[in-house]
Design a protein around this ligand. Structure first.
Ligand code: CMP
Length: 143
């Protein structure tokens, strides 16, 4: 089953949006497979965003990601990569549709609350980077 990596960025955690964001993914029907609250180091943030290292905003982006704890998650379900990106909304909150997470909760591209993998391939890489311990395949025994 398809999985994606979702990160609630420091501004999302600091503003108390963790419950709202998790609730949206749960209510959509996706399954939470991994979750942790962590402070990442500069070298780790640089690795996560290595494809953007030539961009002029790269140093600011790294400073932002290491400015406080983030919530790193793995969500699973049918088409979760594409659907998750739709739920998140366009990268620039000025362009994100009302009803999306960024459309509802952000106004600044440098403080855009949440990250979601942009392809199945980047999801695989990001999950391996953020969850090197692996993702357990928990099964509920509730009936
Ligand atoms: P994210 O979905 O995490 O992927 C790359 C991130 O780079 C993006 O969200 C923004 O946080 C950031 N970003 C992209 N463009 C800009 C920009 N022009 N200025 C500042 N940050 C940016």
């Amino acid at each position: 089953m398809e999985q994606t990596f979702i990160m609630i960025k420091p501004d999302g955690v600091q503003r108390g949006l963790v419950g709202e964001i998790i609730g949206r993914f749960e209510k959509k029907g996706f399954s939470l497979k991994g979750l942790k609250l962590i402070n990442v180091e500069q070298s780790f943030a640089e690795k996560h965003y290595e494809d953007l290292s030539a961009k002029p905003f790269f140093p600011k982006l790294v400073d932002y990601i290491i400015s406080g704890p983030v919530v790193a998650m793995v969500w699973e379900g049918k088409n979760v990569v594409t659907t998750g990106r739709k739920m998140i909304g366009a990268t620039n909150p000025s362009d994100s549709a009302p009803g999306t997470i960024r459309g509802e909760f952000a106004i600044d591209i440098g403080r855009n609350v949440i990250h979601g993998s942009d392809s199945v391939e980047s999801a695989r890489k990001e999950i391996a980077l953020w969850f090197p311990e692996g993702i357990a395949n928990w099964q509920s025994s509730l009936h």
